[in-house]
Design a protein around this ligand. Structure first.
Ligand code: UDP
Ligand code: MG
Length: 313
């Protein structure tokens, strides 16, 4: 099969109940576009029956299934998909049908007509729990700040990328990455369209709050040194505060005498705790960076492909 016009990349982690419905809806959409296409599904080390179901899909010539050795996470899985995709326009989406496949032609159309490099999407009437939406708000705000690109919704994976942006992304070999933000490094013309959002078809999200916090840190740490700078400013403010406080204590000591100063010892303890706490926090943030430097320095592959299944193999 030669170069396709459109490739769809779908990472799959424990989605056995969603997969048949996904393909039932995706296939007709792709066929209706009247373009050559390929669908690349990446099994990100699923523990359920997903891989077997995926292999079944390779009966049709347009479907490729990438079997990863183990679970590497959604963004690494997408990178693996990118490495195999061979198309002009590459669309990513989730397997849980929260992004309706019916929106794909819209993204492709906008990309072609406006000659964009990246077309993102804004989830209209987002169907997620508040606990899931609030962290996303923060992520969106931070992402806008640090990439300097004013996209509204970064978390929605239903996105279209131009082939040149994708090939530059694969060359990055970053572990801690956030694909929509990474893409902005290489994309010149970026836009967003509104898309529908649905409840997860079946199963539950594999993003608990802890994973979201980690993802947030990946995003911030791999694109800016903002946290480190904040700590520096905080440190300066705290020193200034400490100096002022010292002067205040000295004056109070002169005015009210030694008795008062001795009684103030507990205040000092309180101050000490604040400072020690801040120091630990600062160390923690620095540790996050060092941890990531360590991961990058080891130069392990971000993912390992066990096998690519397709009709011919
Ligand atoms: N996913 C993955 N590897 C993981 C976690 C998730 O490939 O370790 C896939 C998952 O199968 C789905 C997409 O990434 O297609 C988004 O995951 P999920 O629906 O759990 O996240 P949410 O919609 O809550 O952001
Ligand atoms: Mg989902």
């Amino acid at each position: 099969m030669g170069k396709a016009q459109v490739a769809v990349i779908i990472p799959v982690y424990n989605e056995e109940e969603n997969l048949p419905e996904l393909m039932r809806r995706l296939m007709p959409v792709m066929q209706s576009m009247k373009k050559s296409f390929e669908i690349i599904l990446i099994d990100d080390g699923s523990r359920d029956n997903s891989l077997e179901i995926l292999k079944g899909f390779t009966q049709s010539a347009q479907v490729k299934v990438i079997e990863l050795v183990r679970n590497y996470g959604q963004h690494a899985a997408i990178l693996a998909g990118f490495s195999v995709a061979d198309a002009d326009i590459i669309v990513t989406m989730d397997a849980d049908l929260q992004n309706p496949p019916e929106e794909i032609p819209k993204l492709v159309k906008v990309m072609e007509e406006g000659n964009y490099d990246v077309v993102g999407s804004i989830r209209k009437g987002r169907k997620d729990s508040l606990l899931r939406i609030l962290p996303s708000r923060v992520i969106n705000m931070v992402a806008r700040k640090i990439t300097g690109v004013s996209m509204r919704d970064w978390g929605c994976m239903l996105r279209a990328y131009r082939n040149n942006v994708v090939s530059r992304m694969i060359q990055c070999h970053e572990h801690a990455t956030f694909i929509p933000a990474l893409a902005t490094v290489f994309a010149k013309r970026v836009t967003e369209v509104e898309v529908e959002h649905e409840e997860r078809y079946s199963g539950k999200s594999s993003y608990p709050l802890s994973k979201l916090i980690n993802l947030q840190f990946d995003l911030v740490a791999s694109f800016s040194d903002l946290p480190m700078r904040l700590i520096m400013y905080g440190g300066i403010m705290m020193s200034l505060f400490g100096v002022c406080f010292g002067i205040f204590l000295a004056i109070a000591r002169l005015v009210y005498g030694a008795q008062w100063a001795a009684d103030g010892i507990f205040t000092l303890f309180a101050v000490l705790f604040v400072f020690v706490g801040m120091q630990f926090f600062a160390l923690g943030v620095i540790g996050e960076y060092i941890g990531r430097i360590y991961v990058e320095a080891r130069k392990r592959p971000e993912y390992v492909i066990e096998k690519v299944h397709s009709k011919t193999t």
